[in-house]
Ligand binder design. Structure first.
Ligand SMILES: O=C(O)C(=O)C[C@H](O)[C@H](O)COP(=O)(O)O
Length: 211
């Protein structure tokens, strides 16, 4: 199964902010138990590369890097075992680097100009970030007119409360978010609660997809 197919199957891309890589193995186990074996580990903390390496030891997990803003970070993420790379914005340099390495890459876009630049590099699946602050589901629906061939992973400000608006749109591959893996619960090693939050998120996403 390709990474895009796995995103679509689950319908969610959890965004993980981890402060201490020692929490990574327990977090990976908790997510697998919760039926949500995907993590976009943000390069916003010092622990990110080590956390990717530790989570990727769990063979049931699909682990990628998020918040990648430079080639240097992308290199570190790949060395740590990241299986996909997510950028908050659009960078042709980082996209081309990932393409040369044969690694799926999802740059963030919010404008028609950025979408056109992404299409020029052969991409068809993009992050839409920050989603709620940029018009949310109705903006993505509008972009579906000129950009019918694109599929989006909206992220930023999405939770159980507004997930339905996004999953109702055919051009949404999966929804990104941190609500089922709260940073504070990771830091406090509240892994049973994280498992439960993951379970709830997955079952809601599956239900909404059926509607
Ligand atoms: O760092 C990145 O690249 C991001 O993706 C920023 C945020 O961590 C996500 O947008 C999650 O946002 P929330 O679900 O609203 O917490």
């Amino acid at each position: 199964m390709s990474i895009e197919e796995e995103f679509e199957r689950v319908g969610l891309v959890p965004v993980v902010v981890i402060d201490d890589a020692r929490h990574a193995p327990g977090l990976a186990d908790a997510m697998v138990r919760g039926g949500l074996p995907i993590a976009e580990v943000t390069f916003r903390t010092e622990a990110a590369a080590e956390a990717i390496q530790a989570m990727a030891q769990n063979k049931d997990m699909l682990v990628g890097a998020g918040t990648v803003i430079s080639v240097e970070q992308a290199e570190r993420a790949l060395a740590a075992g990241a299986q996909f790379i997510v950028l908050p914005g659009f960078s042709a340099e980082v996209v081309e680097f990932c393409q040369q390495r044969g690694v799926p890459v999802f740059p963030g876009t919010t404008s028609a100009t950025e979408m056109m630049a992404a299409i020029k590099l052969g991409l068809d699946t993009l992050k839409f970030f920050p989603a709620e602050a940029n018009g949310g589901a109705s903006a993505i629906k509008a972009y579906g007119g000129p950009f019918g061939g694109l599929r989006f992973i909206p992220t930023g400000g999405i939770s159980a409360a507004n997930l339905a608006e996004y999953l109702a749109l055919p051009q949404i591959l999966a929804v990104g978010g941190s609500w089922m893996v709260p940073q504070k619960k990771i830091a406090a090693e509240e892994f049973d609660e994280i498992t439960e939050l993951c379970r709830e998120a997955v079952s809601l996403a599956q239900e909404l997809r059926k509607e």
